[in-house]
Design a protein around this ligand. Structure first.
Ligand code: LFR
Length: 486
């Protein structure tokens, strides 16, 4: 009794999925209704998202989700990767394919922006890390293109899909913060920044917050998916990382850092106010907005992208075998800086990793197992740095690291992260973004309480694995020093 079904659409850089969450007063169960590939396309004009294929996948997923729950969904929520957007013309039609954040168009653009608004001022006003792909830099790169000139509306990816499903337009706040056009103190637009850089904030639809209503599935969508109407769409933390952090299974009062793993590793702290110091900027920590007035104080680390790209280059060998072999390779022979922008673009990843080892004077990994080991050691090392530096910069010590997302399946990565941090790692909630998505919808419909109550539900219901740190952290400090001398 009292159990309702919610659909979470969660779009990642390499696949999308529609999950059904069945939530009761004391229970939450997640099952996958549909998973589909997200294959970026390289066109003559650059790297693009196939957003129509994604929308098709969402419709297939909603149909499958309906089949899981007798056609009765209490609500739908959408989250995806951040920063990217679609442009609409005056008739509301999509102008071209959304540009992929790994596209080369933003190379060298940030420096041009800083010439009119110094990086230090921009950070003090927005708290957002430097990444070449921040929406602000993408918009600067696109200035005076035919598309941007004729655009009347900009919708971030989850907001674009929400618009197609409901006909209603909005800009969800957690994702909006990644545009670098939001002031993390007021949690409203950074009007001064936009004005100084000539960004037309009129392009954006009004802000909405996680839990706000975002319309209802259009009759055509109901007909196409076989769902029984009305089905409300609810704004969630539409930035996948916001949804994932909402689903960290932290116990009440626990002092924790988190690492959301997947294509990226996002490592840091949940704070109630941004850290906007110059030191924080120099360390490239970001202050993205989370649920209920929280701030995601974290650093972007290249994450399993490094391995995904190698596996792609090697013709998709069996991952389980690869990881078992990597576990037998001696630890910390060579490491790369997993935060380095040189690894952002797709292609030739094994060669680029070998090259990074060579230029830093370390042994060059040769076999697939050696390269895999180098990647995992490097990720664990980057996790360590982020967790340590976040504590220092925010003056907030922690006792435990929560690791969520796809990396929870990688026991070696979890163990190495515990070893490197010298802290216990609690790994669990593999589909963190989807769970956070579902629970924020359920909360909006009165089924769960505040963020703490939501997390209590998770600590009671989700299987968690604890990794105790092994050895002392001296070897990791030494490896870090090898990178620093580059
Ligand atoms: C993770 C993520 C990161 C963001 C990157 C690019 O999926 O959303 O948080 O920095 O993708 O959008």
């Amino acid at each position: 009794a009292g159990v309702k079904s919610y659909a979470a659409v969660d779009l990642g850089a390499s696949s999308g999925r529609v999950m059904v969450g069945r939530v009761g007063p004391d229970s939450v169960e997640l099952s996958e209704a549909h998973r589909f590939p997200n294959r970026p396309v390289r066109l003559p004009e650059g790297l693009r998202w196939d957003v129509l294929a994604l929308y098709g996948g969402v419709l297939d997923g909603l149909r499958a989700a309906g089949a899981h729950c007798g056609g009765r969904l209490a609500s739908v929520g959408i989250d995806s990767w951040a920063v990217d957007y679609g442009l609409l013309d005056a008739d509301g039609a999509l102008l071209g394919n959304p540009v992929h954040y790994r596209d080369a168009r933003t190379e060298g653009v940030a420096e041009k922006v800083w010439a009119s608004l110094p990086a230090a001022e921009l950070y003090a006003a927005t708290g957002i890390q430097y990444a070449p792909f921040n929406t602000l830099y993408q918009l600067t790169a696109a200035r005076s293109t035919a598309q941007l000139t004729s655009a009347r509306r900009l919708l971030l990816i989850p907001d674009l899909l929400t618009y197609w499903l409901t006909g209603e337009q909005g800009t969800e706040l957690t994702n909006a913060s990644t545009t670098q056009l939001i002031d993390p103190r007021t949690r409203d637009w950074a009007y001064g920044v936009a004005e100084r850089l000539g960004v037309d904030l009129g392009l954006f639809a009004p802000l909405r917050r996680p839990g706000d209503p975002a319309g209802r599935l259009r009759p055509e969508v109901l007909a196409e998916t076989g769902l029984a109407g009305p089905v409300p769409v609810t704004a969630v933390g539409s930035h996948d990382t916001a949804s994932a952090v909402a689903a960290i299974p932290a116990a009440a009062g626990e002092r924790f850092a988190y690492i959301c793993t997947g294509t990226w590793s996002l490592a840091g702290l949940e704070l109630d106010a941004p850290v906007l110091t110059e030191e924080s900027r120099a360390a490239n920590f970001t202050n993205e907005l989370g649920l209920d007035g929280t701030v995601r104080y974290l650093r972007n680390i290249m994450g399993l992208w490094l391995l995904q790209e190698c596996v792609r280059a090697w013709g998709e060998p069996d991952l389980g075998v690869l990881l078992r072999e990597a576990a037998t390779v001696p630890a910390l022979r060579s490491v790369v800086d997993a935060g380095d922008e040189v690894f952002l673009a797709p292609g030739r990843m094994p060669e680029r990793i070998a090259e990074a080892c060579r230029v830093s004077g370390q042994p060059v990994p040769e076999t697939r197992a050696e390269i895999t080991r180098c990647i995992l050691d490097s990720l664990a090392l980057a996790h360590r740095r982020a967790v340590l530096e976040a504590q220092r910069l925010a003056d907030r010590p922690v006792d435990v690291v929560h690791l969520v997302g796809g990396g929870t399946r990688n026991a070696l990565l979890c163990q190495l992260t515990a070893d490197a941090c010298g802290l216990p790692v609690v790994a669990g909630v593999t589909e963190a973004a989807a769970l956070g998505n579902v629970l924020v919808q359920a909360r909006a419909h009165g089924l769960v309480g505040d963020l703490a109550a939501l997390r209590r539900l998770l600590t009671r219901t989700q299987p968690l694995t604890r990794y105790a740190p092994r050895g002392d952290t001296g070897r990791w400090r030494a490896a870090e020093a090898r990178l620093a001398t580059r």
